[in-house]
Design a protein around this ligand. Structure first.
Ligand code: 5AD
Ligand code: SF4
Length: 472
């Protein structure tokens, strides 16, 4: 295929339609919402069928090796798609594009890719697309880093009643296994007034829940002077009228100060839920990971959280098979999971990320050992999730209804303030509202319930939820 295309043919592309595929975390989802927002502002419409779309964007993730592989497989498949849909423009962006060797591979081996841009120059996308449409030449534009956050990009939110709000970009921590500091650059915080302005606009637009995003929200504001910090931001956002639920992710244990815990406890609208990735329970492995906290620190933080925030749910991330992890280290992780009683966890097999310090560490762990450990880890985690969920049996919880259930259109699915998924029979008109639901069956990964009429409420609220006002 020639790299040069006829400008006229592309400019005449009748569909001005697009499809975005997002890999990876909420940060990427939020970036995709911005890309979609920019395209819709240009008059593009969404087209789910890639054989009909004028533009396909793959927003990539590079946090683990299998994420890379999935993306390359996906890009490969567009050779065939482009045979059926020759006018299609294929754009690839996101974290993988911040790695020069990956861009090189795309440029040399994947002629079906027309546009490449990175995480720091997302806002340039309309300009790049326009240049491509005018010149028909493949374009690669990736900025190494950026010390500013571009404000006021249009955002096309997936849900009208809840939205993501990025409060900071980048990460300064350089955990030895992690590629993110290389793909997302250094920490840059948004000015608090810009965040508050965005949240107020979302609420005015009907949003009742926001999730504040950052690689390490607890270090929000470190680059903006002493008066700006995450605890103060939570307290400010808590005063916004009609904003019922404030969530955030992700919290690094080393920066989870008492001031942040106190703010969560004091703010009614901040959900009693914390995602606190510990990665390992072994102090030796944590040191090798450069996490800057020990097993003792984890236990101290979790106990402070539980003491101050009644009914809090705590979830975590665990990596098994980090280089040099012994059976004794792994047993420390299981011990910490038991002691902390995590509601649930994302578990990962350690995956080599080239360019990171851990990639060249001695004692890489065999896949068979990693798999055996992850299975043991899941067994412990599932038992804890099961036991915690049992405490919801017959309780009444507040559920923000999110959508109809994927498996049964007559059932709705939503979340408690503690992040538990609840399925129950209901009316799609309830989507976007907060309802009282009595839990009829507690399962390991979700809760089944029945919507209660307000007058049936006898006040037996689950301790994880705000008390329900008595009506009788
Ligand atoms: N291998 C396995 N898991 C990783 N994570 C980040 N880097 C790696 C890696 N190289 C996990 C961490 C992090 C989550 C988002 O992904 O647990 O918290
Ligand atoms: Fe990666 Fe560590 Fe930064 Fe999280 S804190 S993004 S794991 S380097």
């Amino acid at each position: 295929m020639s790299k040069k295309k006829s400008a006229t043919r592309i400019l005449n592309n009748p569909s001005r339609s697009f499809r975005i595929f997002t890999f990876g975390c909420q940060m990427n989802e939020n970036d995709s919402e911005k890309i979609s927002g920019m395209l819709k502002a240009l008059g593009y419409v969404e087209e789910m069928d890639v054989n009909k779309a004028g533009l396909v964007i793959l927003n990539t993730c590079s946090v683990r090796e299998n994420a890379d592989e999935r993306v390359f497989g996906n890009i490969g498949s567009y050779k065939t798609v482009k045979k059926k849909n020759p006018d299609l423009i294929l754009a690839v962006c996101g974290c993988m594009m911040q790695q020069p060797e990956i861009v090189n591979q795309i440029v040399t081996k994947y002629p079906q890719v027309d546009l490449v841009f990175g995480t720091h120059n997302l806002h340039q996308f309309p300009e790049l697309l326009n240049n491509y449409l005018v010149n028909g030449n493949r374009l690669v534009e990736v900025w190494d880093d950026s010390d500013t956050i571009v404000e006021d990009l249009p955002v096309d939110r997936k849900y009208p009643f809840k939205g993501f709000v990025t409060i900071m970009n980048g990460c300064n921590n350089f955990c030895t296994y992690c590629i993110v500091p290389y793909t997302r650059g250094r920490e840059v915080s948004r000015q608090p007034d810009k965040i508050i302005e965005e949240v107020k606009a979302l609420v005015a637009d009907g949003c009742v829940e926001i999730t504040l995003l950052g690689q390490n929200v607890n270090s929000y504001g470190n680059d903006l002077g002493e008066a700006v910090n995450f605890a103060a931001l939570l307290r400010d956002l808590n005063t916004i009228d009609k904003l019922m639920r404030i969530r955030f992710m992700t919290s690094h244990p080393k920066d989870l100060t008492d001031a942040v815990i106190d703010a969560i406890a004091a703010c009614d609208n901040v959900c009693n839920y914390i995602h606190l990735p510990i990665q390992s329970g072994s102090s030796r492995v944590l040191k090798a990971m450069n996490r800057k906290y020990s097993q003792e620190d984890i236990l101290d933080r979790v106990s402070a959280i539980r003491k101050k925030i009644p009914g809090v749910a705590i979830t975590t991330d665990i990596i098994v098979g980090f280089p040099g992890e012994t059976e004794a280290d792994f047993l420390e992780t299981l011990k910490v999971i038991e002691l902390c009683q995590f509601d649930s966890a994302f578990t990962f097999l350690y995956s080599i990320r080239s360019g990171t310090p851990a990639a060249t560490m001695a004692d890489q762990i065999a896949d068979s050992v990693k798999h055996e450990r992850i299975n043991r880890c899941l067994e412990v985690l599932h038992q804890i999730s099961h036991d915690i969920n049992q405490s919801y049996q017959d309780q009444v919880v507040q559920v923000l209804v999110e959508e109809t259930s994927r498996n049964n259109p007559e059932r709705l699915t939503g979340r408690t303030r503690t992040g538990k998924v609840v399925n129950f029979a209901g009316d799609p008109e309830d989507i976007g509202t907060e309802l009282m639901v009595r839990i009829t069956q507690a399962k390991t990964f979700s809760l089944d319930g029945e919507k209660i009429r307000q007058e049936d409420n006898n006040g037996t609220a689950h301790p994880d939820d705000d008390p329900i006002p008595a009506t009788s």
